[in-house]
Design a protein around this ligand. Structure first.
Ligand SMILES: C[S@@+](CC[C@H](N)C(=O)[O-])C[C@H]1O[C@@H](n2cnc3c(N)ncnc32)[C@H](O)[C@@H]1O
Length: 240
């Protein structure tokens, strides 16, 4: 299976590749009280919407890294169309350290690059200026999930996630959380993308996998994910 192409097709209509809406992403940018000229590094930046809209709205200067060429192309096009100071590199973000310390370092929805939230914070810390802000976007269980839901992943509860990052030596200084409606915009919008792709490309090598997914994913989502899985971005500063 061509996983990069698979993701590019399922998320073809999305600019934000996580359960935030435009408004939630903007709320987070405002909450951080970003100064013009502040530097932002986004590891696994997807289509670069965080970097590009915060550069437009707050005058920040962005660098992104992502390994999906389709997403990197989209991020570069978005930066050009908004005329913002954002550079996006194609590559593996696991182990990536900025050559110059940055004011904000993020990993939103891809903390596997550091083996989880705490390991990813360790990675982000290597790029941060003193008192710089780290952002991690991470799923968590909102309530005790049934066994079938646990197959989605091995996540903390929300208090467990906050406790884990605090225990690792970070102050939580802000947070913005997704909700069920914003999760729907991320997940359900993928079903329309799949259906349109299947109608237009019935003989594509990915068509059988997409057909299976469209048959099972909506019921699985409303049964096992929507009632139980939360998601949010924590903003953190390392304790002295
Ligand atoms: C759920 S998406 C989140 C994208 C973006 N942070 C956002 O919130 O819109 C996960 C992203 O991680 C990227 N990714 C996964 N593993 C990566 C790695 N090792 N290095 C760089 N990017 C990676 C994927 O290509 C994808 O863009």
């Amino acid at each position: 299976m061509d996983h990069l192409r698979h993701h590019a097709i399922r998320e073809s209509s999305h600019r934000i590749l996580d359960p935030f809406t435009d408004d939630q992403l903007a709320t987070l940018g405002r909450a951080l009280r970003l100064d013009p000229g502040a530097t932002v590094l986004d590891l696994a930046c997807g289509k670069g919407e965080l970097l590009c809209t915060w550069a437009r709205d707050h005058g920040t200067v962005g660098t992104g890294v992502d390994l999906n060429p389709a997403f990197v192309d989209a991020a570069r096009e978005r930066a050009a169309s908004l005329g913002v100071d954002v550079v996006v590199e194609l590559g593996d973000a696991a182990g990536y350290v900025s050559p110059t310390p940055v004011d904000v370092a993020c990993c939103i929805g891809a903390t596997w690059i550091g083996d989880g939230a705490v390991g990813t914070l360790d990675l982000l810390a290597r790029s941060l200026a003193p008192r710089g802000v780290a952002l991690v976007g991470e799923p968590f269980w909102r309530s005790d999930p049934p066994e079938a839901a646990r197959a989605i992943g091995d996540f903390h509860t929300f208090p467990g996630l906050v406790a884990a990052v605090q225990d690792a030596g970070w102050d939580v200084i802000e947070m913005v959380l997704a909700d069920e409606a914003s999760w729907d915009r991320y997940v359900a919008a993928q079903w329309l993308n799949l259906r349109r792709f299947l109608d237009e490309h019935p003989d594509d090598p990915l068509a059988p996998a997409f057909r299976d997914e469209l048959t099972t994913a909506p019921l699985d989502y409303v049964t096992n994910q929507r009632p139980y899985l939360g998601w949010g971005v924590l903003a953190l500063v390392r304790r002295p």
